[in-house]
Design a protein around this ligand. Structure first.
Ligand SMILES: Nc1ncnc2c1ncn2[C@@H]1O[C@H](COP(=O)(O)OP(=O)(O)OP(=O)(O)O)[C@@H](O)[C@H]1O
Ligand SMILES: [Mg+2]
Length: 278
């Protein structure tokens, strides 16, 4: 168990281990799961008695991981709603109160302070709006992955200066919230990587059908992922983005492939249509 915890701390390697020991004349089986929550420094360790039901969520690591991701998405949705309904409303009230001062007589210092407050308030309002959107993009729930992928890269391109195209080659997709949120989070992280690491000028996001399901591709024309990271030798030095994307699609029985194209990097997430989480 201590090696598992050490590997989790150092390399973010998730584990699930069953321990057996006697207690009050009974054989007790206990399952311990550990993982790093994607995109954070937080470790999550959970233990529970083994209920020995092979169909139970915790007895099945992939299903268990999927339910963790679903809980995480619910929490993001809750925070996004809170930011929108509470924080943004308070900021709007503050803006309204500030505006009532605009035409009043003010000393030059007060006028400077007033203008600085207006600028800061506007910046905070923009940040809250962006954060709330990224935590839970409303069009994902309302209009599906095609609409969300058409919209998100546009805003990302505006903020980052990257040229981003979205090509929907899949035709209409039957609604599948788990797959949609997984593709959306992969697109977010892969584009963030293009922006941070690739030194690219252009990226293309493609959604297409495969024989068994759907694939999301993010291709850039940048410097390419370093070989040692592709070979998995950079585990101790890299962040959690690539492993988080991989875990997300694997929880849906899918795969994540990262490869060099000769002119940049191609990240492909494939998720089968009919999945069995076992
Ligand atoms: N599109 C890309 N082009 C070039 N290098 C990339 C690209 N995507 C990832 N990389 C390389 O792979 C490494 C690992 O990426 P990963 O997303 O796991 O971590 P990170 O982006 O460094 O940190 P985090 O995602 O945790 O904030 C990066 O540090 C970078 O060197
Ligand atoms: Mg990253």
């Amino acid at each position: 168990m201590s090696e598992h915890v050490a590997a989790l701390c150092q390399h973010s390697t998730p584990f699930s281990q069953t321990l057996s020991f006697p207690l009050a004349g009974q054989d007790i089986r206990m399952v311990v799961h550990g993982e790093r929550l994607p995109g954070t420094e937080d470790l999550f360790i959970l233990s529970h008695l083994d209920d020995e039901d092979p169909e139970s969520e915790t007895a099945n690591p992939r299903r268990y991981h999927l339910s963790m991701l679903q809980a995480e998405e619910e929490e993001r949705k809750r925070i996004a709603r809170e930011l929108h309904d509470e924080t943004a409303q308070q900021l709007a009230l503050m803006q309204f109160n500030l505006m009532t001062l605009r035409n009043s007589d003010m000393s030059p210092q007060a006028s400077d302070a007033y203008q600085a407050m207006e600028i800061s308030l506007k910046a905070i309002q923009d940040q809250v709006r962006t954060l709330s959107y990224l935590l839970h993009p409303p069009e994902l729930a309302e209009d599906g992955i095609e609409a969300a992928l058409a919209h998100f890269p546009r805003g990302f391109a505006r903020r980052s200066g990257l040229q981003i195209e979205f090509r929907c080659l899949s035709g209409p997709i039957k609604r599948d919230p788990d797959m949609e949120i997984a593709f959306y989070r992969v697109a977010q992280e892969a584009l963030a990587n293009v922006y941070k690491h690739a030194n690219a000028s252009h990226a293309v996001v493609r959604l297409r059908r495969t024989q068994t399901g759907f694939a999301l591709e993010i291709e850039d024309d940048g410097r390419g992922v370093p070989e040692h990271i592709l070979n998995g030798q950079g585990r101790d030095i890299v962040g959690v983005g690539l492993s988080g994307m991989r875990e997300r699609v694997m929880a849906l029985a899918g795969q994540l492939e990262v490869r060099l194209t000769g002119t940049g990097t191609l990240v492909t997430a494939t998720i089968p249509r009919r999945r069995q989480c076992d």
